[in-house]
Write a protein that binds this ligand. Structure first.
Ligand code: ATP
Ligand code: MG
Ligand code: FE
Length: 343
């Protein structure tokens, strides 16, 4: 069965073809980062308009790469939520129009389920059950995953998401948008002893996070240094202080979640999962505490169509009736993952 995946929840247009027999056939992505950069963040109206421009050429590209015709697609999975309403409407309407035109069933997919299952696309995928840390631009959650659609929330951020903390702190350091990768690169040159920033909720007895205080701590040191004319080395030192603090908290909570659940497999998903310092610290903890950690391929950490095609294919292989020839659609800009129905 060949599933077309359509992702348009934020500022990436992603199309992909996944075959339940042969695996991922092709995928194509357009990132709008350059377009939104000058505004310092995503402009929803511009995002929607750009998804309209990009989707069909990307679809043609994925079909050509896979060497199949549109008629060979068996079902179409699209991101129904959560995300920007206008951006979601573009992907949903394109997916449902294609379904109607090609007489193929369609299926709305939860964007975070796509992120969560993305490590299963890797060459050495984890088995269920596992603990998942979802660290993206909009979410930071620890989850127990017993199977497709079986998610139990163990803890989450009480304020900013990890990706948001990376982006906001990078902005304070004048590193542009999105600043996650930039602050991570700069941190490599920083002195870890220069700034010891707070590790919020590190010792709280639960599995929740809070990152807004860390961002405020970055603001405070940046302000202090600006008064004394912040130099490049100091910027790198602050970046290092920030990255070390956030990585410490993320790793400690993952270890606590594994202990609480008694599980030995940890899966990392979402854009911050691409972070090299986080990966290094998790790998070290895994070796020490004897658990295994699984990551998505780097290109599937941030938003992409492959994870949506894959999540759709997983749902369809469990329940073939999950896709319908019902082309009326509604998007769900806010959609808690634990409201997702078990298949
Ligand atoms: P959500 O999935 O919660 O709706 P999103 O789709 O915007 O949010 P993702 O695409 O998963 O989030 O991830 C984007 C985030 O990942 C951004 O905040 C970005 O700064 C961060 N990010 C990407 N690469 C890195 C990196 N190497 N280090 C740190 N952060 C990174
Ligand atoms: Mg994005
Ligand atoms: Fe995402």
């Amino acid at each position: 069965m060949i599933v077309l995946g359509v992702e348009s929840s934020c500022d990436e247009t992603g199309l992909a073809l996944y075959d339940t027999g042969r695996g991922l056939l092709s995928h194509a992505l357009h990132s709008q980062v350059a377009m939104h950069e000058e505004y310092g963040g995503v402009v929803p109206e511009l995002a929607s308009r750009d998804h309209i421009r990009r989707a069909i050429p990307l679809l043609q590209q994925t079909l050509e790469e896979a060497g199949i015709a549109a008629a060979d697609i068996d079902a179409i999975a699209y991101t129904q939520g959560p995300g920007l309403a206008g951006a979601l409407l573009v992907g949903s309407s394109i997916a449902c129009s294609l379904g109607l035109a090609l007489d193929k069933p369609v299926l709305g997919v939860h964007h975070l389920e796509g992120h969560l299952l993305s490590p299963l696309l890797a060459s050495d995928p984890p088995e269920f059950p596992f603990v998942a840390l979802l660290v993206s631009g909009g979410h930071t959650q620890l989850m127990r995953v017993d199977g497709v659609g079986q998610y139990e929330l163990l803890g989450e951020t009480l304020d900013d998401a990890a990706g948001e903390a990376f982006d906001k702190s990078a902005k304070l350091l004048g590193l542009g948008y999105p600043g996650g990768p930039a602050i991570s690169r700069l941190a490599e040159f920083g002195d870890p002893a220069a700034y010891k920033l707070p590790r919020p909720m590190l010792h709280s007895k639960d599995l929740n996070f809070s990152f807004s205080g860390l961002k405020t701590a970055v603001l405070t040191v940046v302000k202090k240094q600006e008064a004394a004319n912040v130099c490049e080395q100091d910027k790198a030192n602050i970046a290092r202080g920030f990255v070390d603090a956030i990585v410490d908290v993320l790793v400690a909570k993952c270890v606590a979640a594994l202990k609480q659940t008694g599980l030995k497999r940890l899966v990392i998903a979402g854009g911050v999962g691409a972070n090299s310092q986080l990966r290094a610290a998790l790998n070290a903890a895994a070796a020490k505490k004897r658990f295994r950690v699984y990551y998505p391929e780097l290109e599937f950490c941030t938003d992409n169509g492959a994870m949506i095609a894959f999540a759709g294919a997983m749902r369809l292989s469990i329940n073939p009736d999950a896709a319908r020839r019902d082309y009326a659609f509604n998007v769900r800009p806010r959609w808690p993952l634990d409201e997702l129905k078990v298949i």
